[in-house]
Structure formats: C-alpha cells, structure tokens
Write a protein that binds this ligand. Sequence first.
Ligand code: BES
Ligand code: MN
Ligand code: ZN
Length: 503
Amino acid sequence: MTTLALSDGIIKDEILVVALAHKKSMRDGKANLVIESGDIALDPKKLLPILADLGATGKFDEVIKIPGITTRLLVFTGIGEHKTVINDEVLRRAAGAAARALSGSSSATFSLPAKKISSLEAIAEGILLGSYLFNKFRVDSMSQRQPSLKSVTVHSNLASASGAKEAIKRAVIIGEYTALTRDLINTPPSHLNPDSFCKEITQLVKKVGGSAAGLKVSVLTQAQLKSKGYGGITAVGQGSANPPRLLQITYRPVKVKAKKTYAYVGKGITFDSGGLALKPAAGMEAMKSDMSGAAAVCAATIAIAMMKLPVAIDCYAPLAENMISDNATRPSDIITMYGGKTIEVLNPDAEGRLVLGDALVKAQENKDLDAIVDVATLTGAQVVALGTRTAAIMTNNEEFSNHFFAISRAAGEAFWPMPLPIELRASLDSPVADMANIGERMGGMLVAGLFLKEFISPELPWLHLDIAGPAYNEGEPYGYTPVGGTGMALRSLVALAQSAAIS
Ligand code: BES
Ligand code: MN
Ligand code: ZN
C-alpha cells in the first residue's frame, strides 16, 4: 500500500498535487477556473492561461499534469464547481483520481484545500483508495503495468493540529481494510471458496494479534452446519464440490466496556452460477463478487478492532458456492432453516436470502445485541432501482436507518432508503411451506428485504443493505473507485461503530 506522511513544512517531492475548480459563469465557452492549493501559494496569473490552453475544466475526474515551477510536475485534480466549503467526499474523490493518475511515480505531495480534520482524513483515504491495484494474478503482463504511487505527503497547516495524526492513522486502517475487501472480491472462485475465505480471515486475524486485539474466529464446517440445522446455507452449498461454511468473527474491546453491541452479517456466495436456475453466460463472471457483503463485514470488524473502538461486534459470513450438480437444490425443494422455518425453494438463484436467513437467526442468539445489520449483493432489482453507484437501506426502525443514512453520507458512501411495503409480503406465501424464496417480481429488492425481515425479531433495530450495484465496478474507474471490487459498505460499517463509541 502507498505510504502516507503528514507535513506542514517545505515540499521535498518532485510532484505537487493541487485542486482545480470551475465557477459557474463561462466566458467564450471557456471555464472560469479557480486553483485551490491548500496553503501553498501558486501564481494563478501564470497558471490559469496555461490551464485554459490545455482545455482544463476542473470537472471531477479530470487530472491535468503540467511542468512545475518549484517542483518537476504540477498536477491539477478536478473538484467541480467552486465552493467556499468543500465537501469531504469531493476531496476524497479528487485525491483518489490524482493518486490513480500517478501510478508509476514514486512520491508526491498533495496540497488540497482541507479546512478541518475530517477533510484531511478524507484526502488521505482518497489517496490510499485511489492507488489500489489488483495485480496478484499477472505474471507476463506485469512488466507492462505501472506500480501504484509509492509514497505520499499530505501537506496541510492542520498537520500539527490536535487529532491530525489520529486521522491519518484511521485513514491508513480504512485504506488497508478496503484493500482487503477489494482483494477478496476480485479473487476468482478458482482461488477463493468458502473454506479458503475462512482460512484467509483466520490467518489475518492471527497476524493482527488475535485475542490480544479482542478478536476471535470460529468456523462451522458443512457437517456441523448440517447437524445444527442450518438448512439455508447447506441447501445453497450442496451442489458444489467446495462445501459451505459459516464464519464468525467476534470483536470485544480489550479492557474497556463496549458501549454498543452490533451484529454484522454479510452474504458470502463465493460464486453465484444461479444453480439450477443457471444464469446466462454473458456477465456471469461478475458473480465472483457475490461475497462482497461478507468481505465488507469481515474487513470492517477487523478494522474496528484495529481502531480499538469500544464497541462489541458479532460478525457472521455465511459462505457457499451456488453451483449446479446432481446434488444441487431443485426448484420445489423444501428446506428447513436454522430456527425451524420451512422454505419452498422456487428459484435456486434467490440463494442469498437463504444463507442470510440462517445467519441472521444465529446472530440473534446473542440477547445483548443493540442492532443487527446485514450487507448483501442480494438482487438485480437493486441495480435496476438505484443504478450502479447507489446502494439501498431497508429497515424495521426508521430512527436507526436515519442515523445510518447520515453516517454513510459523512463517510462518502451513497446509500438511499427504500421501503418494505407490507402488501408485497403475501407474494412470498407458499402453498406448501412457511414461505417461498421468491415472490412478486416487481419491487424484487423490497420483496427480498421482506423475506429477510421474517428472520428478524421485531424489537431489534435492523438494517438490510443491498449493495448489488455498487459493490463491483464493471465500468471505468472513477475518483477513488477502481474497476472490480469497490469496498462498498466498509466505511459506513466502521463509521457506525465510531458513532456508537462516542454516544
Ligand atoms: N447475486 C444475485 C444478485 C445480483 C445481481 C448481484 C446482479 C449483483 C448484480 C442474486 O443471488 C440473484 O441472483 N438474485 C435474483 C433473485 C431473483 C431470482 C428473485 C435476481 O436478482 O435476479
Ligand atoms: Mn443468485
Ligand atoms: Zn447471489
């Protein structure tokens, strides 16, 4: 990962990154540009004509490099329309876009306009998230690739302000665990299955201190899942040569009392072929990302432990590979979920809700929970409803949902509240079992949410986060978001724990 330093002194690097905004009014069709260079004085009279000649617009994701004056290179990263108060997410994206554009360079100083510690933190996060690359499986082609930017100095007069060092430390943890989330998502099912997912997490937890850090891992094998009655997880996993698992990470703060206890539950389908409801070949490769929820909750839990937050987390990742075989679950099969509910599996491609149902019931055996949050690439309908960059929040508790919504915005993650209309619930009725695993097609995201709601005790505040669209970027990179796994939900899950720590 890119290394970060903080400074308010003289610039030692050969590359200086500053921000470029545009004002609404345009003269001769040319943008009215404003250089925002933090506390480093640059000469706009000299630079603005050059930028205008180059066609600079200051728009998001525009990165322009020119020969520098005091440094070898001067880099302008777009922050959009000029504002006196610049949103942290704008800075995070601009920092990320610049870091991405500087692949191959060894070091750079970023001087972006940060007026508060949270902005400094956002810039640091943007740099670390934007410089992420996934090159683990390149051998011959590696020699033609640029390595990511090696080291960055974040320049700011806030460098010695109280809280600045801690902010950078937190950003480094977010950078590390977002990278872990993305690595897990990008790793294909040839190299990541339920068992190897558990092994990677177990090893990592050991490496970061294990019980000394307040972390404990336990894994249920297929045989244990069967004997304990986890009918959802085993039904989804039974068609695969790679047997299912239930991974649990618990975090208990060391030597301090937890202010809140949360359960985080993430969908962990290491590959979703659709099972006997086989998905079309075109685009099926993206279903290696169907464990994005599991990756996010596991990485968030370890990140929370690394930040030593005074919050208890029960993290669950129900892991299975949804495959086709003579032993795969058939449409019409009836399964018994953990806790006893029976489900008629009408569509084996609606598998996420089956593994989650089991894990949600298991998680609620802890009677100390203050809330439960599940994260899942659950429905194609989510992508239809909100597009590829906005995820959905569904809930049984509006206050908790509003709290999370505010927190996720501050963390720079795009979530949007969605309803759980009761009239859709009847569509999940089955003529033969307690419930069917699919219902009304219209509003499919909400129907899936209503299915999960059946596994939640009504008094417990619950959030269901459907991240099907934003978890995996099949388009072009933008801001700090690379192609492939994005790490969606990780920052909000960490921020939720942070908010509980101060309440
Ligand atoms: N993993 C998919 C949902 C998905 C689709 C995630 C696209 C990311 C991008 C999920 O298991 C699924 O197949 N859902 C079905 C449910 C349907 C059968 C009710 C869907 O959305 O088509
Ligand atoms: Mn599916
Ligand atoms: Zn799925």
